[in-house]
Structures are given as C-alpha cells and as structure tokens.
Write a protein that binds this ligand. Structure first.
Ligand code: HSE
Length: 440
C-alpha cells in the first residue's frame, strides 16, 4: 500500500491531538484514502520526548531542527501548528519551496499573508489546506469552497471566537464579572496566547477575512475589517439586553452588496429567538445566506485539541486523496481560480445604519437628559426609549437609550460630542442591535 508521509511542525495542544488521531485512526483513514497516511517527523524546539505509544514502532523522529522536515524528500505534506506570524510564515514558504503540500490552522498568518502564501503554492503546484483556521472542527471552509459553490454568498454572520462567546455566556447566565470568566477561559485552554485577540475581536476578524476571501474571491486582510471587541461590555449591559429581549454576541458580519462588501466585527444585541442568540459557551456558529440555498447554519466546537485536530486531518486526507488520484489542486485554495480573484471595495461602517443601545454615564443633575437628547436630535438620531434607574455611589448614573435606525457616522459624531460634556463621567458604550428581520 502506498504511504503518504507527513511532517508536523509544533507539538502543542493541536499538534499532539493531530498526532494522536493519525495514530489511532490509521486503519479507518487507510480505508477512506486507499493509502496509509503516516506521521514520520515532529519538529518542536520545546519538546524533548514524544508519548511512548507514538514512538514505540520507532517510526516517528522527533527533531528540534525543522529543516529535517523540509530536506526529507519522502515527506509530502507538512502540517504547521505553531501559530503566529514568524517563524510560521518562513516555515510554510520553505515547505512550499521544497515542493511539499501544507496544512495549517494559522488564521493570523493567512489573514495577513494569505495572498503571498497561496500564490507561492499555486506557482509550485502544491496545496495549502486551512480548514482548522476557522471554526475549529466545524467544516466551514469546505462547505464554503465546495458545498455552497453554486451560490452567490449574500451574507455571512457568525460567532467565530469561543473565548469571547464563553465570556459573554458566563456573564449572561451567572452574572460573573468579565475578568473572572477570562481567567477561567484561559485555564480551559481555548483562549489565544494573547487573549486580547479573543476579547478585542481580532481573532474573529482574522477568521472573517479568510471567509470573505473565499466567499467573494477577493484578497482582504483583517486590517480591512472594522473591529470592536467586548471588553467594554458590563453585566449591566447584559441585563438590559435581557430586559429588551436580546442576547449580546460578538458577531462577525459580512453582507455582499455587489461592488462593495461589509466586513465588521462587533458586539451585537441579537433577538433572543434568533439562532445565533442561542449559541452558548465555547461553541462557534456561522450563518450563511446563499442566493440559491437560502440560509445555512453550521455549529460546533471552534477550538480545542481534538476538534481542531479533526479539521487538520480532514485537510491531510483531502490532499492525500488528490495525490492518489492525480488531482492535486482540484479545488483552488480560495475556491476561485487565482486569476479570478479581484479587489472589492469594503463598505465603510460609517455609511451603515443600525438601531443602537447606548449606555451613557452622566452626573445625576437637572438638565442632563435634555442636553444629551439635544445632541442626539441635532445628529438626526431618534430615540425609541430611555431608562435611568438607580444612582451609583459616585453620583453618576447610567442612562440607557435605544434608538431607531440611525447612521453610524452620525452616531460616532454625536457620542464624541456627548463624551466631551463635563456632565459625562465615563465613555459611552454603544452596541448595535440586530433587528427582528435578521438585518442589523
Ligand atoms: N482562541 C480561539 C477561540 C481559538 O477562542 O475561538 C480557536 O481559533
């Protein structure tokens, strides 16, 4: 039986999960591929010993020199699982240059340097698999590249960061403060090495940029995405959201307007009956709307050793099958052929309109409300409701406002003006509201 040899760079959580599944499921994979997929070399500078069951046959080499993988002509597929930009980028380019196929879970790298990596791979005639970069074990990328290939993707809306969703869920269900839940998420091992990426929406933006490049056949980096995170969300916002019939979720949203596309990540008040309002804990979900298929929801674990390992192996198997059938690059990296990947204008968030929730922190004194309402009125922002309840210890009060649909640019100007007032003692928190029709 033909053997397809794999080199693994990075034996951390996902790397060891991947090695484990390749070992345990070898017989099943063989029946599905018609070849045996064999891990032959693991490179990791921090690991001195592999688990005994992996090495007992003496067939897996452990090395601290990654060049052992690049220089082995028998290795056909290199799996990169170290994350981060460098040295991961150099390793991937070196693997491609050495004529090896690559599988990676590195969303930060692909969202920033995907163009260079995919074009190097196309030139060399090798494949780059990246299913594990978005949604962990949920086959989002394959669905988009293949299952939904007939469709114009009209919109995508998803929860793509398990850590942020876990934090918001714990705050919602138990009223636990933000910092405490974050520590808990870190202990459970799904937060990024730098949790700012999770909390500030950057990890979600990495993933959205990857999905947009496939859905629309465009080059986009996460730097083109308008990003707001969840660090300003407090339990009070969550409890008002509940009172109004919403759950707060960190959503990645893109709508396709033809010559321009939206690209944004921000906390959103989602109506509680909406499917995405009910995705809880560390789970991920993505809601696609295609012009032919209508609505599709994919849901599952977006992080963790085994779910992410499952996605890595799906890519390894795809490549192995293509090798076996002489069909390498059967599916282009971004689904569109490289010559059909074109620039697309990104809609400025300032041009969009949403209903909003505001939490304004102001002194509890006469005239405050009319001053604030005056500013909003001058910017053409119409109020739906206003709530002011208890006074806080320092004499400041939270004023909760919901607006009718208003233009983002006007809201930004109005809130800058409001926050400059002497009577306002803290920065206003604004959360966009997804309306009942699913449009936000
Ligand atoms: N930190 C990420 C998350 C891991 O929490 O979803 C998976 O990309």
């Amino acid at each position: 039986m033909e053997e397809i040899k794999v080199g693994l760079i990075g034996f951390g959580t996902v790397g060891s999960g991947t090695a484990q599944v390749l070992y345990e499921q070898a017989a099943r994979l063989e029946k599905r591929v018609g070849a045996s997929i064999r891990l032959v070399c693991v490179a990791d500078i921090n690991v001195d010993k592999l688990p005994e069951h992996l090495t007992e046959s003496g067939r897996i080499t452990l090395t601290k020199d990654v060049n052992d993988i690049f220089s082995d002509p028998e290795i056909g597929i290199v799996v990169e699982l170290i994350g981060g930009i460098e040295p991961a980028k150099s390793f991937i380019l070196k693997a491609i240059e050495s004529g090896k196929h690559v599988v990676t879970a590195n969303k930060a790298l692909l969202s920033l340097h995907g163009k260079e990596i995919f074009s190097a791979a196309a030139q060399q005639g090798v494949e780059v698999g990246f299913e594990a970069s978005v949604g962990g074990g949920v086959p989002i990328i394959k669905s988009l590249k293949e299952g939904l290939v007939a469709n114009k993707i009209v919109s995508m809306m998803g929860i793509l960061n398990g850590t942020a969703n876990y934090i918001l869920t714990q705050m919602t269900d138990h009223g636990t403060p933000f910092g405490e839940v974050l520590r808990d998420a870190q202990d459970q091992g799904f937060a990024e090495a730098d949790p700012t990426y999770d909390i500030e929406g950057i990890d979600t933006a990495h993933k959205l940029a990857i999905l947009m490049s496939i859905a629309y056949g465009m080059h986009i980096t996460h730097e083109d995405v308008s990003i707001e995170g969840i660090s300003q969300v407090e339990p009070i916002d969550i409890s008002y959201a509940r009172e109004f019939g919403y759950r707060i979720k960190l959503l990645a949203i893109s709508r396709n307007h033809g010559d321009h596309v939206e690209a944004r990540v921000h906390p959103t008040m989602v109506p509680e009956e909406h499917l995405l309002a009910n995705i809880n804990g560390a789970f991920n979900a993505i809601h696609f709307t295609g012009d032919m298929v209508g609505n599709v929801l994919l849901y599952g674990l977006g992080a963790g050793m085994m779910p992410t390992g499952s996605a890595v192996i799906a890519d390894v198997v795809d490549i192995a099958r293509n090798i076996m059938t002489n069909a390498v690059n059967r599916v282009p990296s971004l689904s569109y052929l490289p010559e059909h990947i074109a620039p697309r204008r990104i809609t400025s968030i300032k041009d969009l309109r949403f209903p909003y929730y505001f939490r304004i922190t102001a002194a509890d004194q006469p005239g405050v409300l009319s001053t604030i309402a005056g500013i909003l009125g001058r910017h053409n922002i119409s109020l739906e409701s206003v709530i002011q309840k208890s006074r806080r210890q320092n004499g400041a009060v939270p004023i909760i406002m919901r607006t009718h649909e208003a233009e983002e640019a006007a809201v930004q100007h109005a809130l800058t003006e409001i926050d400059r007032l002497d009577i306002c003692t803290g920065a206003t928190v604004k959360i966009r509201i997804l309306d009942e029709t699913g449009k936000d």
